[in-house]
Design a protein around this ligand. Structure first.
Ligand code: 13P
Length: 252
């Protein structure tokens, strides 16, 4: 099964409008023809409309970093899926470990957010991954399995056709510490097995599974050449055009 790799940059809470414009123009102008790879950037909500406008004629898609479960209502400070769709973005990151950790998102709530994304025709990038404590206790297989089965239990494989999964071990995020290729390989295989058990083998074969956690130009090739790694969700290195471009090139 050949899966088109997908490289996404999660900008987190970085980038003013000016910085956002410079970054995406830098990527687009420097790398005009990326080849067979999907490229996505996930700016903060405030820059979505601007980034979509700047990238209108480009190969780069735009994602939001989160969404609320409801489409509208008295939820001060929240952003809904239909607002995101309205900006022209077409992906949304759901269940990032920082949302689970600091905003106490549960697997159930993450499932509701996936429903909201699909209702608004947004492609979900579902993040899973264990903490250092869970890895040390050898619970990483069980934890990722639970995150996936609980979040996806109410969906059919047709509904999840375009979904992307990002495996991001919490201990490797923003720490400079990268999971070894053996660790990445075994857990990506495990995730595909879990999907195969929940849905069908052909579905599991089609779903793209990204790795995230201190991906940078120097380690991208080794990680992206693993059979079950279909791209990367990049944090820090996605804030620098040249680094992000090197990672995109490593995927092709
Ligand atoms: P870093 O690449 O900075 O480790 O962040 C990874 C991440 O959390 C992407 O969502």
């Amino acid at each position: 099964m050949t899966r088109t790799p997908i490289i996404a940059g999660n900008w987190k809470m970085h980038m003013t409008l000016e910085d956002a414009k410079d970054l995406v123009l830098g990527i687009h102008h420097t790398l005009k023809f990326p080849g067979n790879v999907d490229v996505v950037v996930a700016p903060p909500f405030t820059a979505l409309t601007t980034v979509v406008a700047v990238l209108k004629e480009s190969y780069i898609d735009v994602a939001a970093q989160n969404l609320h479960e409801k489409d509208q209502g008295a939820y001060t400070g929240e952003i809904s899926g239909n607002f995101i769709k309205n900006t022209g973005a077409n992906y949304v990151i759901i269940g990032h470990s920082e949302r689970r950790q600091y905003f106490h998102e549960t697997n159930e709530q993450i499932g509701e957010k996936i429903t909201a994304a699909l209702r608004n025709d947004l492609i979900p990038i579902l993040c899973v991954g264990e903490t250092l404590e869970q890895r040390t206790a050898n619970e990483h297989f069980a934890v990722t399995q639970k995150q996936i089965t609980e979040a996806l239990k109410d969906f059919s494989e047709i509904e999840l056709e375009k979904m992307v999964i990002a495996y991001e071990p919490v201990w490797a995020i923003g720490t400079g510490e990268v999971a070894t290729v053996e660790q990445i390989d075994e857990i990506h295989k495990h995730i595909r097995t879990v999907l195969g058990e929940m849905f069908s083998g052909s579905f599991a074969d089609k779903v793209r599974i990204q790795y995230g956690g201190s991906v940078k130009p120097s380690n991208a090739k080794d990680i992206l050449s693993l059979e079950h790694v279909d791209g990367a969700l990049v944090g820090g290195a996605a804030l620098k055009a040249m680094d992000f471009i090197e990672i995109i090139k490593a995927a092709v």
